[in-house]
Design a protein around this ligand. Structure first.
Ligand code: PLP
Length: 386
């Protein structure tokens, strides 16, 4: 049987990983400053993470949500402590799309409405509602097309107010990333998030903070939306939550009430996923990773700004976008092939996306800075023009 060929892949096979480093079959060493799409939060194969998952697997790996699973409660307690949202309620699932799907459903169950407001350049996942709320027509199948989702321009307070003036009583939820990841590292402004909060409150709609990529400490705060001082009704999480183990979830404001059967999943919240997520939280706390992300991010952003042809450096903590005045695909390939450094791209073709592990070493960031300046020095600049 062949694999369903949907991924353009690099001809590299990592077989071992430690911290921010990967080794391929040939023994070549790579610097991972992308974490496989923002997934690696505490570093590859962190010893505490390996220990926790191994110990759990030696006890019990899975049973369904029909029995008491006390590691779920341990996870909820630790998540409340580390995030500061201890009055919220936790529902566990398996991925970011699924988390958003559940958030959108929950809001609709609660206020009985259908309209979802999403924004230009958003990415919320690939399942039916999550993809319908994603601003990329090429991944929306005809069956996912729906009039229930309305797209408004990102960071445009006036357009938002105008929409609520006319359709306010129809809006079920507004979904927004605190920092758009796939869209190209675009920060939601404080003013915009505050306006969403105010309008949702005034019209009985719910604010869903998609924190799948920008959450779990990556921005320097547990949730990137918190920079605005705004609290969302539901936060969705995945990616860094399990450091590679598939786990996702939503945390839900106390104003939303649970009812048996309204949400559910077979695998979500299984013992192994909880062990992984607990280990991640332990390490975030013990190694002070949110402050480290801020420090390392500031250092990297400051130094990226000085590089040639950089138009803008955007981001918070270790969620960083570097916009050049040319498409970055060649630069990205050269960083990978010549310098053995993984970084990402974005919907905005001129943006290099940098998403290192939160405990990345400063010396590793220096390797990237040097590689970019060498690859993209005056002498080689013309080779990237398209
Ligand atoms: N939301 C955001 C902001 C994302 O970046 C992603 C994935 O890139 C998703 C949701 C979907 O997550 P998953 O791929 O785990 O379904």
């Amino acid at each position: 049987m062949k694999l369903f060929d949907v991924y353009p892949i690099n001809d590299i096979e990592p077989v071992k990983a430690q911290g921010e480093w990967l080794w391929d079959k040939e023994g070549d060493k790579y610097l991972d400053l992308y974490g496989g799409h923002a997934v690696i939060s505490i570093g590859h194969s962190h010893p505490h993470y390996v220990k926790k998952i191994t110990e759990q697997l030696n006890k019990i790996g899975f049973y369904s949500n029909s029995v008491k699973i006390s590691v779920q409660e341990e996870l909820a307690t630790k998540l409340g402590q580390v995030s500061g949202f201890d009055d919220y309620q936790l529902f566990l699932c398996n991925s970011g799309s699924e988390a958003n799907e559940n958030a959108l459903k929950l809001a609709s169950f609660a206020n009985g409405r259908k309209q979802i407001v999403a924004f230009s350049h958003s990415f919320h996942g690939r399942t039916s509602l999550a993809v319908a709320a994603t601003d990329n027509k090429s991944i929306i199948a005809p069956v996912n097309e729906t009039d229930n989702v309305v797209f408004l321009p990102f960071n445009d307070v006036e357009a938002l107010e105008n929409h609520f003036t006319i359709y306010g009583d129809k809006v079920s939820s507004v979904i927004i990333e605190g920092i758009q990841g796939v869209g190209g590292i675009n920060i939601a402004s404080d003013e915009f998030l505050q306006a969403i909060r105010k309008l949702c409150d005034a019209h009985g709609a719910y604010l869903i903070a998609d924190s799948v990529q920008c959450g779990y400490g990556r921005s320097g705060k547990f949730f990137a939306h918190s920079y605005s001082g705004v609290k969302a009704d539901i936060y969705s999480m995945a990616k860094g939550m399990g450091n590679g183990f598939p786990v996702g979830g939503i945390i839900i404001s106390p104003k939303l009430k649970a009812k048996y059967g309204m949400l559910g999943t077979t695998f979500g919240g299984n013992h192994l996923a909880c062990a992984a997520a607990i280990a991640v939280l332990d390490v975030i706390k013990d190694e002070d990773l949110m402050n480290k992300a801020t420090e390392s991010g500031n250092y990297l952003m400051e130094n990226l700004k000085g590089l040639q042809d950089v138009v803008e450096v955007r981001g918070r903590g270790l969620m960083i976008g570097v916009e050049f005045d040319f498409p970055i695909e060649n630069l990205r390939n050269k960083l990978l092939m010549d310098h053995k450094i993984f970084v990402g791209n974005a919907y905005n073709k001129n943006v290099l996306r940098i998403l290192p592990t939160l405990n990345v070493q400063k010396s590793s960031l220096d390797i990237l800075l040097e590689a970019i300046s060498k690859t993209h020095g005056k002498n080689s600049a013309t080779s990237y023009e398209c």
